[in-house]
Unconditional design. Structure first.
Length: 645
């Protein structure tokens, strides 16, 4: 085998050889498949039948929409935290312990033998109680109610399932050994879910309505409080705080402007008085004064000093006049500063009043908006709570199924047949590996390294014929095979031909006599030497001549068979020191000598002929010839011709 025993160097896995290995054990694999099918049928017939009932329904078919609100206050609708969208059904709601306890009260799961197989009357054996007491363990009384409930919950979770489709429909399935019981439980769970959701919706609406009513009352109180504060402020203060604030700020700006002007004139007069006192009253001094204080050329300044209003004309005033005007401007400046401080205080007071008034107005508007939203929400919720329809829609009630949903007999039989195929294939591969034989023609030919190979079927009809009848019974195919092997023998210069058989239906004697009979037409003298432990032939032989060790028996005129003269076997000669000398002596008397042996004797004979110029012809058989024997035989004496079957 190329992959099981010996593989090509470039191949890791030979799938072709694996296929031939399996094909060689096809009957065994077929038997394992049949056993798997029979066992699968037995399992499917004896497995407890289970039935599945399915109910289809939908929750929250009708939804209540809240009335549309004005766009400027629609964002405040989220304050109520109300949504009319249906809440999805979660897995915990159906498979939770509390829900299972509710279903147990309706359909009595604890008394159902399928959901509860615990025998509550069973007590702890006395021997166990004694052993616990002996080793110091306290024997506690088992809580059978809790054990029963835990088993019911486990069974419920493993036999109840639901699926939510794309349109939010719910497919509820219940598995039970009793078809009627499965339908009853399925419908009970569906009705419980619908009623529970209906009650939850009613409670939610009532709670929302109560919450909104309380919130509405608080909002109304806030609105009234804000309006009262606004009225009180209006009564105590002016009703137009914004206009008052604007008036006060304008007055403050006017006074500040006058103060700034008076300050500029006061500074210019002070500088003018200083120049007059210094006597610097020429034209250049005037120009410097005008550049430093541009207010000097303004009409207001000239009018105060009684100067000509023409800018190009300037007359220096007297010192007394400037001092009098300066005192007047100083007094005016002081008066304006006091007025600015007073106007500033009035403006600040007006701004505070405006801020308070604006905040009160804002509170009133917010309270009005919140009250409007809440009153509309209360109206909507009141309308919704006044009509509490059944929001669930049932598409299909669960009915008692007519056929079990499990076991799937076809699937069980298919799996067991596949298991039989796999097990049979594995056993076949292990058996083939343990045997170490060949299962394909390619592996035999590859391992033999023979340059010539052919099938043994062409020679099988001649195997039982006596040697004198073989020539007349050779067919066209047999003649062609014998011709090829004769040509291969003639290629070698030696006189010896080694013929071996490894578990083949053609033994070495039969192959040797057929080839010798075919080559006898060349008038060759041929000798056959049998090295088998047991004789490969049963025909009577006619003694021709003998010497000290061998006796020659005549088979026909030119073909003889040589046997030992003594009682010991021919194979024992391969261990003699003079074996090759006796073999040369025989070669000198005959043109061609066939040395044949089978199985283990073939290995011994090949060991004695190592490094000899000899043509080696071997017969092998698929699934019979072991790879180790063929490899050992080929390594001892290379094989030139191979007959396989």
């Amino acid at each position: 085998m190329l992959d099981i025993n010996k593989t090509n160097e470039n191949d890791e896995i030979n799938l072709r050889e694996i296929f031939f290995n399996l094909w060689g054990h096809k009957f065994f694999i077929a038997c394992t498949c049949i056993i798997g099918i029979v066992y699968g049928g037995y399992v499917s017939l004896n497995t407890q039948k289970k039935y599945t009932s399915t109910a289809i329904f939908k929750l929250n078919v009708k939804q209540y929409n809240m009335p549309s609100l004005p766009s400027n206050i629609s964002a405040l609708a989220k304050i109520a935290n109300i949504s009319d969208a249906p809440k999805p059904l979660s897995k915990d709601e159906i498979l939770g312990r509390e829900f299972i306890l509710k279903i147990d009260k309706i359909v009595d799961l604890t008394k159902d033998s399928y959901f509860n197989s615990i025998n509550t009357t069973t007590k702890e054996p006395k021997w166990k109680t004694f052993i616990k007491g002996f080793i110091g363990l306290e024997s506690l009384e088992a809580n059978y109610d809790e054990l029963v409930m835990q088993q019911v919950i486990r069974k419920y979770k493993s036999n109840v399932s639901f699926e939510i489709t794309q349109d939010n429909s719910i497919l509820l399935s219940v598995v039970h050994t009793d078809p009627k019981r499965s339908a009853i439980i399925s419908n009970s769970i569906m009705n419980t879910i619908i009623n529970t959701k209906k009650m939850e919706l009613e409670d939610e609406i009532n709670n929302q309505l109560s919450y909104l009513s309380q919130t509405l009352a608080v909002s109304l109180d806030d609105l009234e409080t804000a309006q009262q504060k606004l009225n009180t402020f209006t009564l105590k203060n002016k009703s137009l705080p914004l206009e008052d604030f604007m008036s006060k700020t304008q007055n403050l700006d006017s006074l500040r402007s006058q103060l700034t002007r008076a300050s500029e004139i006061h500074i210019a007069l002070s500088e003018l008085l200083s120049l007059i006192e210094k006597g610097e009253t020429n034209n250049s001094d005037y120009l410097l004064l005008r550049n430093k204080f541009p207010v000097v050329d303004q009409l207001e300044f000239r009018r105060v000093l009684g100067q000509n209003e023409v800018i190009t004309v300037w007359a220096w005033p007297s010192k007394y006049l400037v001092e009098g005007v300066l005192d007047t401007i100083t007094e005016r400046k002081s008066r304006l500063e006091a007025n600015v401080l007073k106007a500033k205080s009035q403006a600040e007071r007006a701004s505070q009043d405006l801020e308070t008034y604006t905040g009160l107005q804002r509170d009133v508007k917010i309270s009005e908006a919140a009250y409007a939203v809440l009153i509309e929400t209360v109206k909507a919720q009141s309308m919704a709570s006044g009509y509490k329809a059944d929001n669930a829609k049932i598409y299909e009630y669960a009915i008692a199924p007519t056929s079990p949903s499990s076991p799937n007999r076809k699937l069980i039989i298919m799996l067991h047949s596949l298991l039989g195929l796999v097990v049979g294939s594995i056993i076949a591969m292990l058996y083939a590996y343990s045997r170490g034989t060949y299962y394909s023609k390619a592996s035999l030919i590859y391992e033999s390294k023979a340059s010539l190979y052919d099938k043994t079927h062409n020679l099988l009809p001649l195997r039982k014929l006596p040697i004198e009848k073989i020539s007349s019974r050779i067919s066209l195919k047999s003649k062609q095979t014998l011709r090829l092997f004769a040509l291969e023998i003639n290629r070698y210069t030696g006189h010896n031909v080694l013929v071996t058989s490894l578990n083949s239906r053609l033994n070495g004697y039969e192959i040797s006599k057929m080839i010798a009979s075919y080559m006898n037409s060349e008038n060759l003298t041929i000798a056959l030497i049998d090295f088998n432990t047991k004789n490969s032939y049963s025909i009577p032989l006619i003694e021709k001549n003998s010497d000290d060790l061998f006796t020659v028996f005549e088979m026909n005129s030119d073909i003889s068979i040589i046997k030992p003269k003594t009682a010991f076997e021919t194979i024992d000669f391969v261990g003699r020191r003079d074996f090759h000398e006796h073999l040369k002596s025989i070669n000198s008397k005959y043109d061609l000598v066939f040395l044949f042996a089978d199985d283990d004797d073939a290995i011994s004979l090949s060991s004695a002929l190592v490094n000899q110029n000899i043509c080696h012809i071997s017969a092998v058989r698929i699934k019979r010839t072991k790879s180790d024997d063929l490899t050992k035989l080929r390594n001892l004496v290379p094989i030139q011709g191979l007959l396989y079957e």
